[in-house]
Ligand binder design. Structure first.
Ligand SMILES: [Zn+2]
Length: 333
């Protein structure tokens, strides 16, 4: 079912016009609908997502939420044209107090979540798992470049809501995002349970900027009688939004439906072009050498306190790899 993609570097995409009938997992597919001035990306995740989530054995609602965050990260971070990092994090007062997804261009993903197991309920949605707090997106282009950080408040809504709010307030680009995460149960040999996910980003980028005008956010506690700011949206953007609104979760995660077919299903009347897909993989950047140098940065007294049963053991929060050191190696003697 999952196809092996060659290692693709992010280069200027060359259009592929014939839709591939073969579903490709763990990839981001850029697309464009010229007639409506729409551009976007479609993500399908299979083994990569399953690898990240099963290493942690998260409760189902937490796995789903982290899966959504991973899909959102691939949709936003895959536009990086350099060997940089895109990091999405939340900090909030809900049962999932912290989550982080770290995307290293062109293709590496890792992620984890911290949560209070006693506060998790079956079927809890992502908004109530997060609660109130903020979502931060950081673009790190290396030590000699400035970091960019975008912040958006979390107010009990979903990650899709937070993404829409971010693009409306900070980027002022008309944007819709869809995120879906599901579990697949199979019979026969091999793993019976697998995580899958899919998502879609769509942006309205007309050549004439005035066509992209959007209404201001609701004035909230503005004095009574204040007239809400309204703007008639461009017909092309209205049409794009109504098309993406028809995408169902099951279509985003269906292992038998290729990304090209899904885009064709949505936009065939207007014509859609897809570009070379970008492959993704789950890969942590931790190493024994990096953990050893992190240990050396602690005070000798702190290192001594880390010795348990005659050894120092460090677990990577991203990938659950366990690194063991003798007290001597850890400098704890
Ligand atoms: Zn690791």
């Amino acid at each position: 079912m999952s196809s092996q993609l060659p290692d693709t570097k992010i280069t200027y995409p060359s259009p592929i016009r014939a839709p591939s009938p073969v579903p490709v997992d763990d990839a981001v597919l850029p697309y464009e609908v010229d007639a409506l001035d729409l551009r976007g990306r479609l993500t399908r995740l299979g083994p990569t997502l399953d690898d990240i989530l099963t290493k942690h054995d998260y409760p189902t609602p937490v796995g789903k939420l982290l899966g959504e965050a991973i899909v959102l990260t691939t949709l936003l971070g895959s536009s990086l044209k350099f060997d940089g990092r895109f990091i999405l994090q939340t900090q909030s007062d809900g049962p999932v107090s912290f989550l982080i997804v770290d995307f290293k261009a062109p293709d590496r993903l890792r992620a984890y979540a911290r949560f209070d197991a006693g506060r998790i309920k079956d079927g809890q949605d992502s908004g109530s798992l997060l609660g109130k707090g903020h979502l931060a997106m950081t673009i790190d282009q290396g030590p000699d470049m400035s970091r960019y950080q975008g912040l958006v408040a979390l107010d009990g809504g979903s990650l899709e809501d937070a993404a829409h709010e971010y693009f409306l307030r900070s980027e002022q680009i008309p944007t819709r995002v869809r995120l879906a995460v599901g579990e697949e149960w199979r019979g026969g040999d091999g793993p019976r349970h697998r995580w899958r996910a899919g998502g879609m980003l769509m942006q309205f980028l007309p050549k004439a900027p005035e066509r992209a005008r959007q209404a201001d956010l609701h004035p909230g506690d503005a004095p009574e009688g204040t007239v809400a700011h309204t703007v008639a949206e461009d017909d092309a953007w209205v049409e794009g939004q109504s098309l993406i609104a028809t995408v169902e979760d099951v279509e985003l995660i269906d292992p038998d439906l290729s990304g090209e077919r899904l885009l064709y299903r949505l936009f065939h009347e207007r014509g859609v072009r897809v570009f070379k897909p970008l492959a993704l993989k789950a890969q942590c950047s931790c190493s024994r050498a990096a953990v050893a140098s992190m240990l050396k940065s602690f005070e000798p007294r702190d290192r001594a306190e880390m010795v348990k049963d005659g050894k120092v053991e460090v677990t990577c929060e991203f990938c659950s790899s366990v690194y063991q050191f003798t007290p001597q190696e850890a400098g704890a003697e």
